[in-house]
Design a protein around this ligand. Structure first.
Ligand code: 1CP
Length: 360
């Protein structure tokens, strides 16, 4: 099989690593904008809720047959251009032995929060042997997905550290920031360990067949730029550099990160994820048109009437035409009460709009 030439769009059925999503991430021409949704699996889908009946979240994440079925559900239903691996950002820390569970309606809860140097002993490095189920899940999935790319993911060190230090979801991240400033040496050691874990988790997914990876730094927007650059960016940079070795494109995403967008892109991303607070046009200007962009429909707009929603979808696709590559997505995850039929309609609309300048 030969590489597609950069100046032509390949025919529809290609290998996932030549798919629209990967081409857009690599700034290669595409005849239309690829689309997927963060949190497209689960939550809003009745078929997901049926499968999860009586099964704990982390058990579901570690059971390859369930992971495969749950990951495929939104691909079948919505016809999206990529699958997102059904897992959670806390799976790799659980895999190395941290006592953590995901409580319904709450999120990840850590039995013994991390506060001291001795706690680092509870966080060994991750090896592929810790996550053989993940390798198996990705292999099963990529066999089923055919030409549709699978996106692997991991949590970034800061977002993971926040769960470990706070012990669960946090509004203000106060204990995390107290550790960052109160004991910067321990903070850096914790983040360096988490960076190793995230990087190894991404590498396992790419080695087993994922065609792109996304690093979720969901809570980075709670940081000042100075804190981000000093205490966080070097660790995210290390994860993205390790991910680069796999050869698959890297998407870097956070929420409320308008002030950090350039730094997050320059940390080593191929694609910068843009939340809904910053327009794609502004994001493209801020990053000087050097990066592919992903986003950024406000997930709450999926509750608006179609006549109000459709022009917003079109506007975002058109703004994305100004970037060297655009992957349509929401500005954050699908909200649980979203009508899945609206998501399908958004996919169809995005896929109906040609991207100018593809030469085809
Ligand atoms: O029982 C359930 O169904 C629990 C809900 C749920 C689901 C479906 C959680 C708990 N995690 C997931 C899956 C998940 N998590 C995926 C794969 C599914 C998909 O995207 O379609 C992904 C990519 C994640 C990543 C994740 N988990 C992030 C980063 C993305 C983001 O939303 O910013 C974060 C912050 C988490 C932690 C987490 N896990 C679950 C919840 C409710 C939370 C957030 C809690 C909080 O507010 O802090």
């Amino acid at each position: 099989m030969s590489e597609p030439t950069p100046d032509s769009t390949p025919p529809a059925a290609v290998s996932p690593r030549e798919s629209l999503l990967v081409r857009a991430a690599r700034q290669l021409p595409v005849d239309r904008t690829p689309v997927w949704f963060m949190r497209q699996a689960g939550r809003s889908l009745p078929e997901y809720r049926a499968l999860r009946e009586g099964v704990e979240m982390l058990t579901a994440c570690r059971t390859p047959e369930l992971v495969t079925e749950i990951t495929l559900q939104p691909v079948r239903r919505h016809g999206v251009d990529a699958a997102i691996f059904f897992s959670d950002i806390v799976v790799p820390v659980q895999a190395v032995g941290v006592d953590i569970e995901i409580r319904p309606g709450v999120g990840p809860v850590v039995a013994e929060p991390f506060r001291t140097r001795a706690d680092l002993d509870r966080l060994p490095e991750l090896t592929p042997g810790h996550v053989t189920d993940v390798t198996e899940s990705v292999r099963l999935l990529t066999a089923e997905l055919g030409p549709t790319p699978l996106i692997g993911f991991a949590g970034a060190p800061f977002t993971l550290a926040s769960y470990l230090v706070e012990g669960g979801p946090s509004k203000n991240h106060e204990r995390t920031k107290a550790l960052m400033h109160g004991d910067p040496v321990l903070w850096h050691d914790l983040c360096a360990r988490l960076a190793q874990i995230s990087a190894a988790f991404l590498q396992v997914q790419a080695a087993a067949g994922a065609s792109a990876v996304q690093l979720f730094d969901s809570w980075a927007g709670f940081l000042s730029r100075a804190d981000y650059l000093r205490h966080v960016e070097p660790h995210s940079r290390a994860v993205l550099a390790a991910a680069a070795e796999t050869g698959v494109p890297r998407i870097h995403f956070g929420v409320g990160t308008g002030e950090l967008l350039v730094d997050m892109a320059e940390a080593g991303a191929d694609v910068i994820g843009v939340d809904y607070r910053v327009s794609l046009a502004d994001a493209i200007t801020r990053t000087r048109g050097r990066y592919a962009v992903q986003g950024n429909l406000d997930p709450a707009l999926l509750f608006a009437p179609w006549e109000a929603l459709a022009p917003q979808v079109r506007r975002i696709v058109e703004e994305g035409h100004g970037a060297p590559g655009h992957i349509f997505n929401l500005g954050h995850g699908v909200l649980p009460q979203t009508d899945p039929d609206v998501l399908t309609r958004v996919v169809q609309l995005v896929q109906s709009i040609p991207r100018p300048g593809a030469g085809g």
